[in-house]
Write a protein that binds this ligand. Structure first.
Ligand code: PMP
Length: 381
């Protein structure tokens, strides 16, 4: 059976060179990086090389990169410690953040009784920058946590503008950059951001590894207690092979970024055009169908289908070998609808099925033709 993968926002296919690097490290460089003998020193040097390389891509110092188990941990680390150790008493965030942010904020609210403000969103899910400024002016000891690229509807935050607003109002700024690093060039010297969270499996690297960028001198403290790894900020023996895999995947992503961006953007355009022709009443959630302030890597489609057909839709596509998702993969086991779409869609549109198709350089126009034909058949059944 033909299979096509349109779920790269959930996770990406590993690049063969990345697998090769990981395998080599697992075979030969298996020492514990904390050991002082040669095996340990070799493993340690691989980690430090990866740290330097990652730092260079983001134009920061290696000392500001801390490897973690992924994006979730990096989000948890920054937000928790900002409240526990840095005197933050108000968090300004939005209702369409990933749960790795929203649920941490909820937990901190009940544990420390902090004030939480949700910035207003427009009908496409973009934040209201004037409202953010008012919230910043009305509160003190603030952490702003706003994601760079939304994983469900693809909205891109004006991260530079938010950084400037935070700086002008003495607020700390954390951004979940899980869907942007590896897909967009980022110069952190140009953005006033204190913490970002990154995950390797979103840019063709391995799962279970990511990093936090922590601005020098921020005073952030550890979330996980134990050994002195990662200069005391993150205990636990480092996953050396995964860290090397992350390094390789990020190198390759940035090496081919401009070409990949053009290729994937064209696929997205083609998907939108062919889908509109095949299913004229289809709509696109947020403003993912235009390319302004929306990532080239995904579209979120609202289908003109009776609500009762909705539960079977993913299953029917799966039977045809098409992998896409209802929203964030992390929520697909949940019976609740998407918290992101709930914020931006009308009651009527919420009844209709919405699907996220997310792309990578491994997709082709033929994949899209197959998906559109299959989707049209299902919708017209
Ligand atoms: N933030 C966003 C925006 C994500 O898309 C994801 C992955 N679904 C995460 C955080 C969590 O990252 P990880 O899977 O590495 O824990």
């Amino acid at each position: 059976m033909k299979t096509v993968y349109f779920d790269s926002a959930a996770t990406t296919q590993l690049i063969p060179e990345v697998i090769e690097e990981i395998t080599n490290v697992m075979k030969t460089d298996f020492g514990n990086p904390s050991s002082t003998h040669s095996y340990g020193r070799t493993a340690k040097s691989l980690i430090e090389k990866a740290r330097k390389s990652v730092a260079k891509h983001l134009n920061v110092t290696a000392a500001e990169i801390f490897f973690t188990s992924g994006g979730t941990e990096a989000d948890n680390l920054a937000i928790n410690s900002a409240v526990r150790d840095l005197g933050v008493t108000t968090i300004i965030t939005s209702k369409i953040e990933h749960h790795a942010v929203l649920y941490v904020v909820n937990q901190l609210k009940s544990q420390y009784n902090i004030n939480v403000e949700y910035v207003k969103l427009d009908h496409c899910g973009h934040i209201d920058y004037d409202n953010l400024e008012s919230l910043l002016q009305a509160n003190s000891n603030v952490l702003v946590s706003l994601m760079h690229v939304n994983n469900e509807i693809g909205n891109i935050l004006d991260i530079k503008r938010v950084g400037q607003l935070c700086k002008a109002n003495n607020a700390l700024f954390h951004s979940d950059a899980v869907q942007s690093v590896g897909h967009f060039k980022m110069d952190l010297q140009d953005i006033n951001v204190d913490f970002i969270a990154v995950s390797a499996h979103k840019f063709h690297g391995p799962k279970g590894v990511g990093f936090a960028y922590v601005k020098k001198g921020s005073g952030l403290r550890q979330l996980i207690f134990g050994g002195e790894q990662e200069r005391g900020l993150r205990a636990g023996t480092e996953s050396v092979h995964n860290i090397v895999g992350l390094e390789k995947a990020l190198d390759l992503s940035y090496e081919t970024l401009e070409d990949d961006k053009i290729y994937i953007s064209n696929l997205k355009k083609y998907f939108i055009e062919t889908l509109k022709q095949a299913i004229p009443n289809v709509t696109f959630n947020g403003n993912c169908s235009c390319f302004i302030n929306s990532t080239y890597t995904l579209i979120n489609v609202c289908l003109p289908v009776a609500p009762e057909k909705s539960p079977m839709l993913l299953f029917q596509l799966d039977l045809k070998g098409i992998a896409c998702s209802k929203g964030s993969a992390c929520q697909s086991g949940s019976s609740k609808g998407s918290h992101v779409l709930t914020e931006i869609l009308s009651q009527e549109d919420m009844q209709k099925p919405s699907l996220r198709f997310s792309f990578s350089k491994f997709n082709t126009k033929e994949d899209i033709d197959y998906a559109v034909v299959s989707l049209t058949e299902i919708v017209n059944q």
